[in-house]
Design a protein around this ligand. Sequence first.
Ligand code: GAP
Length: 501
Amino acid sequence: MKMEKIMEIAKRRGFFWHSSAIYGGLAGFYDYAHLGTALKRRWENTWRDFFLSLEENFHEIEPCQMLHEKVFIASGHVDSFIDPVVRCKKCLNTERADHLLEEVLGGSFEGVSLTEMNELIKKHGIKCPKCGGALEEVGSINMMFPVEVGTGNPERAYLSPETAQGAYINFKQEFETLRKKLPLGLAVIGKAFRNEISPRNLLMRMREFTQAELQIFFDPETINQHPRFNEVENYAIRVFPVKNRGNGKIEEMACRDVVKRLELPVFYVYYMARIQQFYLDILGFPREVFRFKELSEEERAFYNKYHWDIEINLESLGGFREVGGIHYRTDHDLKGHQRVSGESMEVNIEGRKFIPHVLELSFGVDRNLYALLETFYAEEKERTVFRFPGGLSPFDVGVFPLVSKDGLPEKAKEVYTLLKKHGFSVFYDASGSIGRRYRRIDEIGIKAGITIDYQTLQDNTVTLRDRDSMKQIRVRTEDLSDVLRRFLSGERIQRLGEIIN
Ligand code: GAP
């Protein structure tokens, strides 16, 4: 229900909708509309500000998204980026076999062999969910989109299924230009493409989506240290290790204990702490909806030695769902690129030659946006509202003339221009009653509303309304940008002036 409501608002207000809709749409593809685009930029910038500031040697790059086929031979995606599929003999509907088992039997079937899946389907008499027909044997397909580049004698390329490979093939050159220092972080915010068998759940499983990934190249001999671990060693993170699958217990454990009791490297745990801080302190998610989930050996991606998912509890999807992951990829990728390209990926640090290892912090931007929309959606007696935290709304502020006459629109435009000049993103709305306009900004999650009324013409003050409490104060226009800045950075409205309603 909640997902349907969010889709309805997304479409009606302009967050996102099906792509190619005028031609009937294409499953797994969504276009971001004006509000969704603004919100997505905010999320991406928040991610950038946080993760790129963690170390001075962390940088953002923008590699191509269509890459030479050899990149994916080297990475292992050509052989191993496959999903189990099962097709209906009658209507030819194709489903992801592990997901179908999950839906019918419950539990997780990731990493289960094709033979076992076939046996389970037979044993439980599982039929096509669309038409009830019998199913063929479970097979597998590669999820990448191949592309022919050029004409005449075209070359094979692939649309990248993860942004990571773009960072790996640029690593050596970046390392050389960046004064040969480790750790080196290369971040990419970009598109990823996967021919998902059953795209579903809006932004949660798409065929074209955005990832924000940070690849941290480091010396494997330093994996049990981090110079700033002392800042987080007493900080408790929420972990759900494999051993707790039976009892469902999420444990709160100080980072120091995570290292000891879960036998994870200090370098790894340091970044788990930073990730949790990003979700709780920066994005403002409630603590109880967040957790790290350990993946078992069978569930881990083929390139990972340690693999914990970042999960958010989403009511509409029946529980915790993956929005990202923290992956220790060892030297799997650089070694592969060295082998296939013949280019050395070794670095020489103080006379010691080695291939750096990689810790990957990986986030699905669209899944994170969905999690944001769902978590901060609220239905109240007289309104629906997105109570987005901090700076995460599509616009900073809405500006409204109380009525469309008597010089109020002109004055409102002056305020609009003033705020734009001071760097705020401003939503201007002059149509409908003021009450309806407030409902509109509540429903798109804008935190601040400014109304220009008759009193403004007399004393140059405007009203500032808080989305969450619906309380208002009067502010002099010359103080407006300062007051607004303080309000948007979290100061309570009653501290900024006298409440007038
Ligand atoms: N570079 C590592 C990597 O790609 P992944 O777990 O396959 O790892 C990372 O993907 C994140 O990308 C996931 O945690 C998820 O948030 C997002 N993601 C993956 N497949 C997706 C899809 N089909 N639609 C939307 N987001 C997806």
